[in-house]
Write a protein that binds this ligand. Structure first.
Ligand code: EPU
Length: 299
């Protein structure tokens, strides 16, 4: 039986061969791949079992806000689209169990409604909960890992497992428990009590981001990790006069130097060349090895 026929037999999956996935990332680099939109955890388990048996590689794409995808992807792209009952967030609770496909924007609305202290750390990050946990996303206010109690996964054999978060589970922009082939399907997220200042904190933080970041452009968020708290990537790139530096349709943002804007059709190769040129200059002038914050599969 062909892979397509096997996948088509699983309920709650929409499968498309050779799909145009350019619009599935915020950066809009041209890209094509086979795509499975998966609506339940059971469907995901069945899918992974089939993929494992047929030795098909796969990648998870959430909001695609920080993934840099090549023009033709050999792996199957899995996009989770779990049903989400909004009532889950309607009352104040000590913690919430939320599917991985829920966006951080949704959670931020709940934080404003209930004054959930701690949830301001992920304000404005364009990500799904799963993607944010995977890379321990954060802002200058903190990191999401500090709020996560448990992470629910489907492993490379299609079996469900739970990771109970400990002190060693996360570090800067990294998790230390998702193994190759694991998919995050949900999490238990807590907070630090009620704080009436939270709605104002979130509002002023969003205003700060709007003022300092090119939010209306096609971008992939911050491109490089901050080398340290003292040395922020944006400031260092700016100081070398690299705002406006370009390769094809890609340009280092004039508003925030750690952002690259896609101004016309661009691709993975152009992004790689542009970021390698920046890394080289950072190394030459500051002696600092810049590390990408965005994920480049196959790099
Ligand atoms: N700066 C410059 N020039 C620039 C950009 C920044 O001089 O072109 C200076 C700023 O004036 C500021 C300092 O660099 O004094 C830090 O800039 P900013 O406040 O924008 O914060 P950041 O460290 O560059 C981090 C996160 C962002 C997050 C912001 C705000 C990282 C790598 N980046 O940026 O996250 O939105 O704080 O909370 O941790 C992302 O994850 O995609 C992302 C953009």
């Amino acid at each position: 039986m062909l892979l397509k026929e096997l996948i088509d037999e699983i309920p709650d999956i929409e499968y498309q061969e050779g799909a145009d996935i350019t619009k599935m990332t915020t950066f809009r680099l041209e890209s094509q791949a086979d795509l499975a939109i998966v609506k339940t955890t059971d469907a995901l388990s069945s899918l992974i079992k089939i993929l494992k048996k047929n030795k098909v590689k796969y990648l998870i794409l959430g909001m695609g806000a920080n993934q840099i995808l090549p023009q033709r992807i050999d792996s199957l792209i899995i996009h989770l689209k779990f049903n989400f009952n909004q009532d889950l967030l309607s009352e104040f609770k000590d913690d919430y169990v939320v599917p991985a496909s829920v966006t951080l924007n949704h959670l931020t609305s709940a934080a404003v409604r209930h004054g959930l202290s701690g949830w301001e750390v992920f304000t404005g990050i364009p990500a799904t909960l799963g993607g944010a946990i995977f890379m321990n996303a954060g802002t200058t206010l903190g990191e999401i890992g500090s709020l996560i109690k448990e992470v629910y996964l489907v492993d490379q054999f299609g079996e469900s497992k739970t990771h109970v978060v400990t002190e060693g589970s996360f570090s800067y922009r990294k998790n230390h428990f998702v193994e190759d082939g694991d998919v995050i399907v949900g999490a238990k997220i807590s907070h630090r009590g009620k704080d009436q200042q939270i709605p104002d904190k979130i509002k002023s933080y969003l205003e700060y981001r709007k003022k300092t970041q090119p939010l209306a452009t096609k971008n992939c968020g911050c491109v490089f990790k901050n080398p340290s708290k003292l040395y922020q990537a944006g400031r260092l790139i700016d100081q070398l006069g690299l705002k406006g530096f370009r390769n094809g349709g890609l340009q280092v943002s004039l508003k925030h130097a750690n952002f690259v804007e896609n101004q016309s059709s661009s691709n993975w190769d152009q992004f790689r060349d542009l970021t390698q040129a920046i890394k080289w200059q950072m190394n030459m002038f500051y002696g600092i090895e810049f590390e990408l914050e965005v994920k480049i599969p196959y790099h």
